[in-house]
Design a protein around this ligand. Sequence first.
Ligand SMILES: C[S@@+](CC[C@H](N)C(=O)[O-])C[C@H]1O[C@@H](n2cnc3c(N)ncnc32)[C@H](O)[C@@H]1O
Length: 199
Amino acid sequence: MITEIEKKCLAMQIPIIKKETNEYIAKIIKKNQIQDILEIGSGGGYSAIKMALLDKKIKIITIEKDKNHYQVAIANIKKMNLENQIEILNEDALETNLNKKFDLIFIDAAKSKNQEFFLKFKNNLKKDGIIITDNINFHGLLTAKITNKSLKSLVKKINNFKEFLKNNQEFTTEFIDIGDGLSVSRQRGENERTCSTTK
Ligand SMILES: C[S@@+](CC[C@H](N)C(=O)[O-])C[C@H]1O[C@@H](n2cnc3c(N)ncnc32)[C@H](O)[C@@H]1O
């Protein structure tokens, strides 16, 4: 059934997480016994469904601002009988305020807003929580010579976000070169969780 969902998302041109990225995140979730997840950017619900299927104890809140994507995600979550594990909000994440704290925050929405999402939701992390941001390599375009103005501005924002992570005093970040590139950030401190999936 999950393959059908994958095909449906792709047919509707709703982007979905790359297989190797999904596998890497699954390893982090299992290794750290992660249960509470916040996802920014549900798309058609594919990545939330894949994460929820890892363990019945996993609870996910996922935020999607596009009405059509939200409807597709709702239908897919229902089809998989995962309504008890996945709650989806049809909102702009930058306007969403949550009181809850999460073990993992997965940022996979507007790439120009990565830093804003990170700053907005970092206080929703549990003490030893992890923030993962997808597409950090941005299809290999970060070092390309680009003339298109809006693309150039987007590339600049992603590069700035990477610099922000590299220089961050509160979080330490690993840049993982799989899929379209991931950043895996964890709060500095004594009880840091294991981000490496090989340790
Ligand atoms: C790459 S897709 C998400 C794919 C999904 N995580 C998956 O792998 O199945 C990005 C989604 O983020 C949504 N999005 C973009 N900006 C957003 C925002 N400010 N708040 C909530 N959702 C947003 C887009 O509408 C799009 O559906």
